[in-house]
Design a protein around this ligand. Sequence first.
Ligand code: MG
Length: 324
Amino acid sequence: MNTSALPIQMRGAPDIIRLHGHRGARGVLPENTLIGFRNTFEIGVRAVEIDIMITADGVPVLTHNPSLMAAATRGPDGRWLERDSKPVVQMSHDELQQFDVGGLRDGTAYAARYPDQAFLSGIKIPDLAQLVNMVLEPEFADVWLNIEIKSNPDHPDEAPTLPRLVAPVLAVINAAGIADRVLLQSFDWRVLTEIARQAPHIPRSYLTYETRKHPTMAVNVIDGSPWMDGASLAAHNGSIPQVVSNLGGAVWSPYFKDITAKALAEAQALGLVVNVWTVNERADINRMIDLGVDGIITDYPARAQRCLLAKGLSWHEDVTPMPR
Ligand code: MG
């Protein structure tokens, strides 16, 4: 992938940092739902970050965890799940439609993290085709999708084999003719290798989470990690940007607490676009803006809009900051 082929709307520009609504706008609306995506587009943000799992009958659906979270899911009887559901990969698309993912269960740790999230009922897990249909609406002609394909090399039972994980996603994209409006990302770089094989023309984003004292999820970039698909940091002077560039990545997407000015400069000098995740607090958003990343993935896209405008910056060519 030559990054010059990356569509202009996916790159930063002078005075422009792109905003990606994380899981739609998780801070204010239920995650990975059509209402969350539509709201994000309607406030003028041009990209959403979404998570894909594949059902037992091969349908790409928009949900984050290998199983439906008890804290965010009601069953067909309208009651909260007592524990996480069986794995999504073991459920048919029809079976998944019985669940309501419109709200968070009060009293859970997960609900406490998003106190401002709206509570809705009757909200189904969407499939990728439904979101693609939305972005085909004329008023959304310039929006695009940052699609994360979920896969865990330590738990291969949570997803189909790589070819069958990637192919249905590409089928939906190709059927709609929106290959130039998508970025495909994954923490599991084996998925990205498979995308390069099946669809080398679609830009790929390499997600990273580095070693730290108290990791809250799997660290994926460390030599010998199964997440890196055999790539070696040691062979690239320990430089993640160099590894990503050599793998043909168009985008490097690090955890925002991992990024340094030096690594950002190195990545941008290599022609990589750098999108940081998931930046929610104002101070952190401002720090990323000042650092000069290309894109910010956030649960609070409206908050990030205000941060950009306050600095005389924007997230899209059509939006001009107001004079103070
Ligand atoms: Mg994601």
